[in-house]
Write a new protein. Structure first.
Length: 184
């Protein structure tokens, strides 16, 4: 209906096929990785598509490098601290009615989940440690303003669990090393 009334308002855009036709295989893979980095839930869609088309690998593909990828975790710490500071400012300035930090904190957890989805669980553990420590450092200030970020904490717990299970194998007891240390 809008087109009939004012055709100039509708912007003509290229089709998905037009956009993808200009990419080679490496560029297409890079695009897919970029999209999954931005929205880790897409990995489930990709897996479903591959399974449906009979192209899902029978065993997980492991990275071929033996050296772990080093990641700088300071930016994660700094982002959590900045999110909390901005949220506290909003509360002090009475700009918000809801939890001003939870959504942005959950977005950072999505990045950690992306590492898990790419089978880089040990990297995810480093990121989660940085996020958690920075949050713990700021939690008293949040509680002073009645901010509990309960959904964030639940997702943080689940992400930690998944990262630990992925990094150390689902069949091995998670805290076996701790039990051995206490008994020995």
């Amino acid at each position: 209906m809008v087109y009939l009334r004012d055709a100039d308002v509708i912007e003509e855009r290229p089709t998905l096929n037009d956009l993808l036709d200009g990419l080679n295989e490496l560029e297409t893979i890079a695009l897919m990785r970029h999209l999954v980095d931005r929205d880790p839930s897409l990995i489930l869609e990709i897996e479903s598509y591959l399974r449906y088309n009979g192209k899902l690998p029978t065993r997980p593909v492991k990275p071929q490098t033996s050296a772990p990828i080093e990641i700088e975790v300071k930016p994660f710490r700094d982002r959590v601290k900045q999110i909390v500071r901005n949220g506290l400012y909003e509360v002090e300035s009475e700009y918000c009615e809801e939890d001003p930090v939870e959504t942005e904190l959950i977005e950072i957890l999505d990045e950690a989940q992306g590492y898990i989805d790419r089978d880089e669980s040990k990297t995810a553990l480093k990121v989660l440690e940085a996020i958690t420590q920075s949050y713990v450092d700021e939690v008293d200030d949040l509680h002073d303003y009645g901010i509990d970020s309960e959904d964030f904490l639940q997702i943080l717990d689940r992400t930690w669990t998944e990262a630990l299970l992925s990094a150390y194998g689902r069949s091995r007891p998670l805290f076996n090393d701790v039990a051995e240390t206490r008994s020995g």
